[in-house]
Design a protein around this ligand. Structure first.
Ligand SMILES: [Mg+2]
Length: 401
């Protein structure tokens, strides 16, 4: 399957945060890294206005001071950069659970599973750029491609405020005219070997004899030859897959009304299903939690063969677990009023491919309802009541599972 990968990289990040927070710095050369041009140490970031003078990241401050003596030199405020980074990463995480932060100002996003929800990867890149500007007051460059290599090179190509799209199938053609040093794994030593063969561009390397590269450079030779041909199988390593997704509700007054408890459970199941789908997650274990007066908690769970994100599936199982728990209560001669009911899904994994046991109809219905609700708010649809009527018809008589 063709993947959809975004590489998002904030432009002149530290310097841009300074310009955002100090309007008087805007349009001026800002150099982050020390109190003044004569400090020891290096430039951590330079605004684009400072780059005009030749100031670059990692340059000794003393040299920056000579190139740009009238620049604004600031020591930098790491706390504010972390805060800005967190709010930008939160925007990325709204798009997909597969976010791999590379540094404070840079991340890969795999949007393969979610792009259909947001009108495609290119539209998502545009949305991200707009949201980062609106919510964080910062500018991000984005590369869109079928792999990390092309996305990363793409994001860097038209900075600042860049958006470069590499269509699937055109990876090698995109890379061909670029100089070899753009390619991962081509450091000074490798470049020396390659220039011995008169190779200057990535395209020249791609067309070069692979076996000669292998003989001279071993595994590394094959790696860079593959990359030069636009091949990169590296995966985006998401790190924020939650262990479980759950909702619960505490009743204003303890209740014995089964219909009320079950309709609450339906609403909660819909919330859980929606959150799973929002983050392109699915889970296998459904847990129903019941708290009865005064403070006794009962949990019951069931594990499915296939992970799900479907409201009806979650509800059907949670309701059965609830009925089992209440029946056991009654058999034990108790009938304690219910204070709280909850449902959660654990054993969560990323990815939205349809399970074998789930109908495409449910998936479409859920997606359509999610779209309506995200546009008009939760109250736009009172699906609970509509669904419940239908559910009663569908599942009446299904007392045992
Ligand atoms: Mg950056």
């Amino acid at each position: 399957m063709t993947r959809a990968i975004l590489h998002c990289d904030l432009d002149a990040f530290y310097a841009s945060v300074e310009q955002r927070d100090h309007p008087e710095y805007r349009g001026k050369p800002v150099i982050v890294g020390g109190d003044g041009p004569n400090e020891r140490g290096v430039v951590m970031a330079a605004s684009y206005e400072a780059r005009v003078f030749g100031v670059r990241s990692a340059m000794p401050l003393a040299i920056a001071g000579r190139l740009c003596p009238d620049g604004i030199y600031v020591p930098g405020s790491f706390d504010r950069y972390v805060e800005a980074s967190d709010s930008v990463m939160a925007i990325f995480e709204e798009q997909t659970p597969l976010v791999e932060p590379i540094s404070l100002d840079e991340a890969f996003l795999d949007v393969t599973a979610t792009e259909h929800l947001f009108g495609g990867a290119v539209a998502m890149a545009g949305d991200i750029k707009r949201l980062v500007r609106e919510r964080c007051g910062l500018v991000v460059s984005v590369g869109v491609a079928s792999n990390k290599l092309c996305a990363k090179i793409g994001s860097d190509l038209r900075k600042p405020d860049g958006l470069v799209v590499v269509p699937a199938g055109e990876e090698a053609a995109f890379l061909a005219p670029l100089p070899l040093e753009r390619l991962w794994g081509v450091g000074p030593r490798t470049r020396e070997v390659l220039s011995g063969w008169d190779l200057r561009t990535i395209g020249q390397l791609a067309a070069f004899d692979r076996s000669v590269l292998e003989t001279r450079l071993g595994e590394h030779g094959i790696d860079i030859w593959q990359r030069a041909n636009g091949i990169d199988e590296g995966e985006v390593q998401g790190e924020h897959v939650p262990k479980s997704v759950g909702h619960s509700h505490t009743f204003d007054a303890n209740t014995l009304d089964t219909a009320k408890i079950e309709s609450t459970l339906l609403r909660l199941s819909e919330g859980v299903g929606r959150r799973l789908r929002d983050h392109a997650l699915r889970g296998r274990t459904i847990t129903m939690t019941l708290r009865v007066a005064p403070f006794e908690t009962r949990t019951r769970q069931r594990t499915l063969r296939e992970p799900t994100d479907d409201d009806v599936t979650i509800y059907r199982i949670a309701r059965q677990l609830l009925r089992d728990a209440l029946a056991e209560d009654r058999e034990g001669g108790r009938s304690s009023p219910v204070r709280l009911v909850g449902v959660s899904v654990s054993g969560v994994t990323a990815g939205q491919q349809l399970g074998l046991f789930e109908s495409a109809r449910h998936a479409r219905l859920n997606a359509a309802l999610d779209a309506v609700r995200s546009r008009f708010g939760d109250s736009a649809l009172d699906r609970a009541s509509a669904r419940e009527t239908k559910e009663r018809r569908r599942f009446s008589g299904h007392r045992s599972r």
